[in-house]
Write a protein that binds this ligand. Structure first.
Ligand SMILES: O[C@@H]1[C@@H](O)[C@H](O[C@@H]2CO[C@@H](O[C@@H]3CO[C@@H](O[C@@H]4CO[C@@H](O)[C@H](O)[C@H]4O)[C@H](O)[C@H]3O)[C@H](O)[C@H]2O)OC[C@H]1O
Length: 378
C-alpha cells in the first residue's frame, strides 16, 4: 500500500525501549522478546496457546474456556505481523475467514466471536474488539508484505470490514454508535467496554479506510480518548469492564467492576501515548493505576470497584494485569512506579496452566511494547 504518512509528523515514530532505559541489556531484551514468542507459539505444552489445524490453518486457543475467540485470533494476527511471521499470520487468517466470517444474517460481514477448535460456531454474534484488531493487523500485513489473492488481499479485507463496522444496515447494527462515535460492547446494545477503545488504531484507520470513512475514524479517535478519560476513576484510574456512554460503570451481569476486560485500558493508554503522544490526560491515568497497584502483590490481586474497594474474589489473570500495568509505563510520568511496574513484568515468567491464554496474550503485547517492538507498519 502506498502510504502518504510521514513518521514523526502524523505519528511519533519513536519506539522507546523502556527495558533498556531501566538498565536491562540489549541481549537479554532480545532474548526475552524471542523466548516469549517461542513460549506462546512453540511446542511447550505448558505455555503454548497456538495450535495448527491441517497444513494451512492455525488458531489461538482460549485455554481457560476451551474455545477460539475472535479476540484471540485478531491478537494472534497482530502478534504475527509484529514478529514478521507471515506464515503464522496467514494460517490464523485462513482459520478465521473459513470459520468465523458470517456471510448471512443480521451480523453479515462480522466474525462470530466464539468457535470450537474444529471451527464449529459457538455463537452467531461478534465482539467488536476482534474486528478492530483484525482490521489493523490486516493493514499492517498489507503494508509489510503486500496484498495477494483473496482472502490474502489484506488491505481490501480491512477496508471492507471497517465499512461494515460503521455502515451495517438494519436489521443489523453498526459496531460504533454513529452519533457519539463510541465503540459498543456488542452491535445490538448501547453501552461500551472501556478496554475496547483504541484511539491509536482509529488514527490509522483514518488514513487507510475507504476515503468516505476516514473522517469518522478521526472523530472516533478523539471520542475514544475523551471516553477513556471519563470512564477511568479520577482517583484510582480504574475502569469498569462495561460502562455507559457517560463513562459510569454498567453493572449488567456483574460487569460494572474492575476485572479481566478492564486490564487492557492501561495497556491501550501506554501504546496510544507511544504512537501518537497527543493526550496528556493519559499520563495522569497511568500514574494513578500504577500508584493503586504499587503496594499490592500479584498473588493478592482481586476484583475491585472502580473506587478501589477489593472483593474477596481473586483476579483470574494476575499476569495479564501486571503486564498491562507495566505497558502503562509508556505513558506514565511517575518514574518510580513506572520502573517498578516494568521490573515486575521482567521478573515474571509467562503463565502456565489452564488460564494462560488471556494472561499470555497481554504479556506478549507488553513485552513487544516495552522493548520498542510494537510498531506502526505504514
Ligand atoms: O447474544 C449476545 C452475545 O453473543 C454476546 O456475546 C458477547 C460477545 O463478546 C464477548 O466478549 C469477548 C470475550 O470476553 C472478552 O475477553 C475475555 C476476558 O476474560 C478472559 O478470561 C477471557 O479469556 C477473554 O476472552 C473479550 O474481550 C471479548 O471479545 C462476551 O463475553 C459475550 O458475552 O453478549 C450479548 C448477547 O446479547
Amino acid at each position: 500500500m502506498t502510504s502518504t504518512i510521514k513518521q514523526g509528523a502524523y505519528y511519533t515514530g519513536q519506539y522507546r525501549n523502556l527495558f533498556a532505559e531501566y538498565g536491562y541489556s540489549e541481549a537479554d531484551i532480545a532474548k526475552k522478546v524471542q523466548d516469549t514468542w517461542d513460549a506462546l507459539f512453540g511446542e511447550d505444552e505448558s505455555t503454548k496457546i497456538y495450535y495448527e489445524l491441517g497444513e494451512d490453518k492455525g488458531y489461538l486457543l482460549d485455554t481457560g474456556n476451551i474455545d477460539v475467540r475472535s479476540e484471540g485470533m485478531s491478537y494472534g494476527m497482530m502478534m504475527a505481523v509484529q514478529y514478521d511471521r507471515q506464515d503464522i499470520f496467514d494460517k490464523l487468517w485462513n482459520w478465521t475467514y473459513s470459520y468465523m466470517y458470517m456471510t448471512e444474517g443480521i451480523h453479515k460481514g462480522y466474525f462470530a466471536w466464539s468457535c470450537q477448535p474444529d471451527g464449529t460456531r459457538n455463537a452467531q454474534g461478534p465482539a467488536p474488539d476482534g474486528e478492530e484488531y483484525f482490521a489493523l493487523a490486516l493493514f499492517f500485513a498489507s503494508n509489510r508484505w503486500g496484498d495477494r489473492e483473496a482472502p490474502y488481499n489484506y488491505s481490501q479485507q480491512a477496508k471492507d470490514l471497517l465499512r461494515t463496522c460503521i455502515h451495517q444496515q438494519p436489521p443489523g447494527f453498526p459496531m460504533w454508535n454513529p452519533d457519539n462515535k463510541l465503540i459498543k460492547f456488542v452491535p445490538e446494545v448501547e453501552f461500551s467496554d472501556p478496554s475496547y477503545h483504541l484511539p491509536h488504531y482509529y488514527e490509522l484507520f483514518a488514513l487507510w479506510a475507504y476515503e468516505e470513512d476516514r473522517q469518522f475514524w478521526k472523530e472516533a479517535a478523539q471520542a475514544s480518548r475523551d471516553y477513556i478519560h471519563i470512564s477511568c476513576h479520577p482517583e484510582t484510574g480504574l475502569a469498569a469492564e462495561y460502562a455507559h456512554y457517560d463513562g459510569t460503570p454498567n453493572h449488567v451481569r456483574g460487569f460494572g467492576y474492575f476485572f479481566s476486560d478492564s486490564y487492557r485500558v492501561a495497556a491501550n493508554i501506554g501504546l496510544d501515548f507511544e504512537w501518537f503522544g497527543v493526550d496528556p490526560r493519559q499520563q495522569d491515568i497511568a500514574n494513578r493505576i500504577q500508584a493503586f497497584f504499587a503496594d499490592k502483590h500479584p498473588d493478592d490481586y482481586r476484583r475491585y470497584t472502580i473506587e478501589g474497594e477489593p472483593f474477596e474474589e481473586k483476579s483470574l489473570h494476575p499476569v495479564g494485569l501486571l503486564a498491562t500495568n507495566a505497558q502503562a509505563s509508556l505513558a506514565a510520568s511517575d518514574q518510580e512506579t513506572a520502573k517498578a511496574a516494568v521490573d515486575l513484568l521482567w521478573n515474571t515468567p509467562v503463565r502456565t496452566g489452564e488460564r494462560r491464554y488471556y494472561d499470555n496474550c497481554l504479556y506478549i503485547f507488553a513485552i513487544l511494547a516495552l522493548s520498542g517492538n510494537y510498531r506502526i507498519y505504514a
